[in-house]
Design a protein around this ligand. Structure first.
Ligand code: ZN
Length: 264
C-alpha cells in the first residue's frame, strides 16, 4: 500500500513538474523547479515585504538610507533587463543586528547594525549584491515551488496556483523566507547561498565595485572572536571557509567584469 502511495506521489510530482515546469537561473544555467509565475512572485513578495516593514522600525539616518539606495540602484542599473522587471525597494531597518535580507520581487533590507562591519561602499555592495542575487535567481519562488511539490497534491496545487489572491499567507511567507512571527527571516539553503555569493560577486563588479572587497567583508564573518556579534547574519547566511574559498575561485571572472566597468 505504501509503495502504491509513493508511486502516486511521484506521479503527481511528475505531473506538477510537467504542468508548471522548470526555470533556469541566468548565468549559472542551473535548472530549478519553478511553479510560481513571476507575476505571483512579485505580488506575494510585495505583500510579505509590507508586513515585515510594518513590524520593523525603519532608520531615519539619511546617510545610511542614501548609501543603501545608491549602491542598490547602481547594481540594478548595471544588470539591465534582468533586474528592470522588478519594483526594487532598498530599506534600512533600525537595529543593532548585523544582518540583511531580500524578499522576492525586488525587496532588499539592510539592518543599520551591519554598517559597523562594512568598511566602505564596496563591502556594502558585497552584501547588497548577494541579496539582489537571491531575488534575480528567484530563490524564494524556488523554495515556494519545493514546498508546494512536497506539501500539496496535484489538485490542491492546481487550485492554489490558479488563485491570484492570497489564500494562505503563512505558507507563502514561510516559503519566501519569512517565518510566521514576522521579522524572523529564514535561512536559504547552502546551494542558494553559494549561488548568491557567486552572482553577487559578478553583480557588484559589473556595477564598478571591486569584488575583492567581498572577501575582506565575508572574512569578518569567519572570525570566531566576532561570532556573537554576527550570529544573526550567520543564522540566515551560513558562512564557512569553503564559501570564501569558492568566492576566491570565482574571483578572476568577477575581476574581468570589474575591469570592464572601469573602462566604461
Ligand atoms: Zn544569502
Amino acid at each position: 500500500m505504501k509503495i502504491f502511495c509513493l508511486a502516486n506521489v511521484m506521479l503527481l510530482s511528475a505531473i506538477l513538474l510537467f504542468i508548471c515546469g522548470c526555470a533556469t537561473v541566468a548565468h549559472t544555467d542551473r535548472a530549478q523547479l519553478m511553479m510560481v509565475s513571476e507575476e505571483n512572485e512579485v505580488a506575494m513578495g510585495t505583500e510579505a515585504w509590507q508586513q515585515v516593514m510594518a513590524s520593523e522600525k525603519l532608520s531615519t539616518d539619511t546617510e545610511k538610507i542614501h548609501t543603501v539606495e545608491r549602491i542598490g540602484g547602481n547594481i540594478v542599473k548595471s544588470l539591465g533587463a534582468a533586474a528592470n522587471k522588478y519594483p526594487w525597494e532598498f530599506k534600512v531597518i533600525e537595529s543593532d543586528t548585523a544582518n540583511a535580507f531580500a524578499l522576492p520581487g525586488g525587496k532588499v533590507a539592510v539592518y543599520s547594525g551591519l554598517f559597523k562591519y562594512a568598511a566602505n561602499d564596496a563591502e556594502l555592495a558585497a552584501v547588497i549584491g548577494h541579496e539582489i542575487a537571491h531575488v534575480i535567481a528567484r530563490h524564494g519562488a524556488e523554495r515556494m515551488s519545493h514546498q508546494l511539490a512536497l506539501q500539496v497534491g496535484g489538485a490542491i496545487a492546481a487550485a492554489f496556483m490558479q488563485e491570484s489572491q492570497v489564500q494562505n499567507m503563512d505558507l507563502w511567507m514561510q516559503a519566501y523566507g519569512v517565518a510566521a512571527n514576522v521579522g524572523a527571516i529564514l535561512p536559504y539553503s547552502r546551494k542558494h547561498e553559494y549561488e548568491a555569493d557567486y552572482l553577487g560577486l559578478l553583480y557588484m563588479a559589473k556595477a564598478g565595485y571591486d569584488p575583492r572587497a567581498a572577501i575582506a567583508f565575508w572574512n569578518k564573518f569567519s572570525d570566531p572572536s566576532k561570532e556573537s556579534a554576527l550570529t544573526a547574519f550567520l543564522s540566515t547566511h551560513p558562512m564557512s571557509g569553503s564559501r570564501i574559498q569558492e568566492m576566491n575561485r570565482r574571483m578572476p571572472e568577477a575581476m574581468t567584469y570589474y575591469q570592464q566597468s572601469r573602462r566604461l
